[in-house]
Design a protein around this ligand. Structure first.
Ligand SMILES: [Zn+2]
Length: 163
């Protein structure tokens, strides 16, 4: 993977085997086909698991509890959430949780932090990839890691919308 930015070489060395150009292309295709909704999924030590964003269903069923729709957030299906919680100690663990941000840029939002943390500590020992997707394709994606009490940008990956 050719990065547009890395915080330092040590941070991404371990991820180089995981973030293959091929898998990132698949993630970008999912982000584009889900547009204008957010997509979500899991990048494992080997392979990916594209997940189902059920926020539209939740929003329709209970708009008071779920004021956002799938264009503004994501919630894993119960199957995906169960897979994530059970898989983390397996021999092919989840390394990265990814989701897309349609038209608003790639950043780790307050909502994203709330979902990733419990009592100020990460629920899962994973990094987070946020994909900046527009109708023309993916602009770039940004990888965030919990370092010293907050999520820090550790790498920027090139997009595919200039091709
Ligand atoms: Zn987000």
């Amino acid at each position: 993977m050719q990065y547009l930015y890395t915080l330092d070489q040590d941070s991404i060395r371990e991820l180089d085997d995981i973030l293959s150009t091929d898998l990132v292309a698949k993630i970008y295709a999912q982000a584009h086909s889900s547009y204008p909704d957010e997509c979500c999924g899991l990048l494992l030590k080997q392979g990916i698991r594209p997940c189902t964003n059920i926020l539209n269903d939740l929003h329709k069923a209970d708009p008071l509890t779920y004021p956002r729709n799938a264009a503004e957030g994501f919630v894993f299906s119960s199957e995906d959430a169960l897979f994530l919680s059970k898989n983390i100690n397996s021999d092919n663990p989840v390394k990265i949780i990814y989701h897309s941000h349609p038209d608003v840029g790639a950043y780790f939002s307050d909502e994203d932090k709330q979902n990733a943390l419990f009592d100020g500590e990460p629920i899962y020992p994973v990094d987070h990839l946020v994909i900046d997707v527009q109708s023309s394709g993916v602009v770039c994606s940004k990888l965030f890691r919990f370092i010293n009490g907050d999520y820090k940008l550790i790498a920027i990956l090139p997009g595919n919308n200039d091709k």
